[in-house]
Structure formats: C-alpha cells, structure tokens
Design a protein around this ligand. Structure first.
Ligand SMILES: [Zn+2]
Length: 140
C-alpha cells in the first residue's frame, strides 16, 4: 500500500489558514504523528483528492509549518491509529463506495481487504468523532 500525506505547502491554497505557534497533541497530516510542544503548525481547509465532484469534501487539517521528518509511505502510521477510525473507500470516479469503522490492530487487514476490491481506488482514514481526514491509502 502507499500512504498519501498532506504537504505543509498545501496550506497556501487557503487564504484563511491559521498559524499556531504551539498546538501540542494535534494529528499532523504531513508526518502522521501528534504535534509536540512549541512546534509551529498550520490549521487550514483541505480537500482530499480521492473525492471528486459532489464527493469532494473540505475539512480542517493540521500540518507542521516546516515539517522536520518524512513519514514512511509504505507502512501505516502507528501514532495516528491508536483509536477507532473511519475507513471511507472511493472508486476511480471519486465517488464513495463504502464506509466502515476499523479498530486498532485491524487497520492493515481492513485496508488491504478494501484495496483487494477492484472497484476501490483509494481509502481515506478519518477520525470517528470529528470525521476529519487524516491520510489516504492506495495500492502501491
Ligand atoms: Zn510534519
């Protein structure tokens, strides 16, 4: 599988982006871990590319201002998968195929199972409580 993150430079497409000098504990979509004390972050509106047309959604995401590390793009990020997450799958036309809740410990199996379905092009991982987009997964 291949993980798709959000670049801090994506924040520049949102003129309403907010700079936070310190916002510890928020899920960072650039390096797929929680923010630390005194790490400057952007909070901005982002539309994941897997949803298209009426299925294109915009929601809030955090990234570093200057991301200090590159995440592994071929393994699921452990730090953001310690709670149940929504797995929302999309077809090549950008329409929602299905949605389900996955529990910690079952993400690899659940995502691999979804990507074994030829009708599914990508899977978005989202928070259960807020519905916020975390990252997307496609076949390698
Ligand atoms: Zn980062």
């Amino acid at each position: 599988m291949r993980i798709h993150t959000v670049s801090p430079s994506d924040s520049f497409s949102d003129p309403g982006r907010e700079y936070r000098a310190s916002e510890p504990g928020v899920p960072l979509r650039c390096c797929l871990r929680k923010s630390l004390e005194a790490e400057p972050v952007w909070l901005f509106r982002y539309s994941p590319s897997s949803g298209k047309g009426p299925y294109a959604e915009v929601g809030p995401v955090f990234t570093h201002v200057d991301c200090p590390e590159a995440p592994s793009l071929d393994r699921l990020p452990v730090e953001l998968l310690n709670n149940p997450r929504i797995l929302r799958s999309y077809n090549a036309a950008g329409q929602i195929v299905d949605g389900e809740v996955a529990e910690p410990g079952s993400f690899d199996r659940a995502i691999a199972g979804l990507l074994n379905n030829p009708a599914i092009e990508s899977v978005q991982v989202r928070s259960v409580s807020h519905g916020c987009f975390f990252f997307a997964v496609t076949r390698a």
